[in-house]
Design a protein around this ligand. Structure first.
Ligand SMILES: *[C@@H]1O[C@H](CO)[C@@H](O)[C@H](O)[C@H]1NC(C)=O
Ligand SMILES: *[C@@H]1O[C@H](CO)[C@@H](O)[C@H](O)[C@H]1NC(C)=O
Ligand SMILES: *[C@@H]1O[C@H](CO)[C@@H](O)[C@H](O)[C@H]1NC(C)=O
Ligand SMILES: *[C@@H]1O[C@H](CO)[C@@H](O)[C@H](O)[C@H]1NC(C)=O
Ligand SMILES: [Zn+2]
Length: 524
């Protein structure tokens, strides 16, 4: 075998063989010789083909992971399930869940053995998820049963819960909706009717197709507006964050970086809160959770306010970031901007301000979450890299900027891929067409995250892992890929060197015990 596949050598050998074959024909050599020459040519072709595949396999994400004997046992089991699912799909695409819209596929995916395996797998950390969209809708619904909660219900024909607010008295009059105590609404109507209506507005369900990205984002923002009043109530906030950690932990996650707008909390007695109170509550939740879960690595805050603001407001943000860093040096990870990128201001607008704190504050920018090409939005990728971002959120437009890709590789900037989010927010239809497949194929530093799992009723990470494994990665990609994704989430988390070692050890302990469990399941 050629040690390394080499196109030039192949072409040269092919050239010689082809010419020999032509001569053989011209000279009318015996059929026996011609036959031997052709056989040699076929052999060369097959060798070359195998070499190319081997090279591609070694170069893909996870391709350099060598599985030990016990891991190979788990791998066989997992690959059996993966191939089984894929065979069904190859046979009849209607049977294939992972290429369909998530709203149609998620219950069926839930029921697969592969999904259950992936759920139990220690997947490392989630490096991209937003504060208002972390928990299951069942939990959010439970929160709406707290007393003194008012709902502002639209006056238009189509009933819509526009806002939620805890208050002792009726809140201030709104233009487009009317306030009513939720408990009164539940008493008036059947409470399960109210629950159903509320649930429908706490997620993006059931509508799959919107006219365009603008329309999807309008709907997306309406959920945000609804939950913020529920969650930023001081007695709820810390509990909510704690619950988020629980749900992520149950889903095989050991570390979480929360991008938060840091809502100013409120209570019923006019308490005065600042973003420091918001952050302290988050950190307390994390400390309490750590105290009772020894395998929990921890959580961190990425302060991520909205990107569409005045220069003055933006200057305040940076002041906030510095304040947070000084108050919570071990909890604050860095800074980002959120919101519909095509509509917000580009990073370049803020470049001067951002450069002035570069070095003091780490950046984790969303960039290139767009289908446009040659606009400020996809060029945010350039700005993010020039500003020294540690990671890139989404980066859907990355393939259109090969220079940015090169820089990402060179500077080891991780790319945070959120498959289901990209589909629900309508940047991508069938996930088999996700551009991250190219990043997987060429072993870019990729992590898988879930963005806003609550809004599409996804598990905190497993569904996104499932999609990445089934359709973004090659059909042949195996446990090595899954392990690499978990390792990457540790490698690119906001850790100091010693924290990273500790994080790795906590993950590895769980990984080994998961592998052991599968092995004993096989032998018992
Ligand atoms: C593929 O599966 C769908 C749904 O199960 C079925 O309706 C359809 O007839 C199948 N197509 C073929 C070619 O078997
Ligand atoms: C899917 O599975 C997850 C985790 O096992 C569970 O929390 C969720 O309720 C399930 N959803 C459905 C619709 O079965
Ligand atoms: C907010 O935090 C400050 C300390 O930064 C504290 O003194 C104050 O009591 C907190 N506010 C409320 C309403 O708890
Ligand atoms: C909050 O601050 C305002 C203005 O500084 C003050 O009037 C009010 O009494 C404070 N509320 C509480 C509960 O301390
Ligand atoms: Zn995001």
């Amino acid at each position: 075998m050629m040690a390394n596949c080499c196109w030039l050598r192949y072409l040269a050998a092919l050239f010689i063989l082809t010419n020999c074959l032509v001569f053989a024909l011209l000279l009318d050599l015996p059929a026996f010789d011609r036959h031997a020459l052709l056989a040699e040519r076929v052999r060369l072709y097959e060798t070359m083909r195998a070499n190319i595949l081997e090279k591609e396999s070694n170069n893909q994400l996870g391709g350099r992971i060598v599985l030990n004997a016990k891991e190979r046992v788990a791998n066989e089991l997992i690959m059996f399930e993966k191939k089984h699912e894929l065979e069904r799909g190859l046979h009849n695409l209607s049977n294939f869940q992972a290429s369909q819209h998530f709203f149609r596929s998620f219950t069926k995916i839930n029921n697969t053995i592969l999904f259950q395996r992936l759920r139990a797998m220690p997947k490392g950390g989630v490096l991209h998820a937003h504060d208002m969209a972390l928990c299951s809708s069942d939990y959010l619904l439970k929160l709406t049963y707290r007393e003194h909660l008012w709902a502002c219900v639209s006056k238009s024909v189509e009933k819509e819960y526009q806002k939620l607010l805890f208050s002792l008295m009726q809140p201030q009059v709104e233009e487009t909706c009317e306030w009513a105590l939720l408990s009164a609404l539940r008493a008036e109507e059947q409470s399960d009717v109210v629950d159903k209506e509320l649930l429908a507005q706490l997620t993006m369900y059931p509508q799959e197709e919107f006219e365009n990205e603008d329309a999807v984002w309008r709907r997306f923002r309406s959920i945000f507006r609804l939950v913020i009043g529920l969650l930023s109530y001081a007695p709820v906030w810390e509990q909510y964050i704690y619950r988020a950690l629980e749900e992520f932990h149950e889903d095989g996650v050991q570390y979480l970086e929360i991008r938060s707008v840091l809502p100013i909390l409120y209570d019923l007695v006019g308490g005065n809160f600042t973003i420091l109170n918001t952050t302290r509550a988050m950190r307390n939740a994390d400390l309490r959770f750590r105290a009772s879960h020894s395998d929990w690595i921890g959580s961190r805050l990425i302060y991520a306010p909205t990107r569409r603001v005045s220069d003055a407001r933006f200057a305040e943000y940076l002041g906030n970031a510095l304040l947070l860093k000084s108050h919570f040096p071990d909890y604050f990870a860095g800074f980002d901007l959120v919101g519909f990128e095509d509509e917000g201001r580009p990073l370049r607008d803020y470049a001067g301000e951002l450069l002035s704190i570069q070095g003091e504050i780490d950046f984790y920018f969303h960039a290139g979450e767009t289908n446009w090409y040659g606009t400020n939005t996809d060029e945010n990728l350039l700005d993010a890299v020039l500003l020294g971002t540690k990671r890139i959120g989404h980066g859907l437009a990355l393939l259109k900027h090969p220079e940015v890709l090169r820089a990402a590789r060179l500077q080891n900037i991780a790319l945070e891929v959120n498959p289901i989010s990209n589909q629900v927010l309508q940047y991508i239809g069938d996930l088999r067409t996700h551009p991250a497949a190219v990043l997987f194929a060429d072993n870019y530093p990729v992590v898988i995250a879930s963005d806003d799992p609550s809004f599409w009723k996804a598990t905190p990470l497993t569904h996104d892992f499932y999609m990445a494994f089934m359709v973004i990665a090659s059909r042949k990609a195996d446990l090595g890929l899954l392990k690499q994704l978990a390792l990457n989430s540790i490698a690119y988390g906001a850790f100091s060197a010693s924290e990273r070692v500790e994080a790795y050890e906590k993950w590895n302990l769980k990984w080994e015990s998961w592998i052991d469990d599968i092995n004993s399941e096989m032998t018992s």
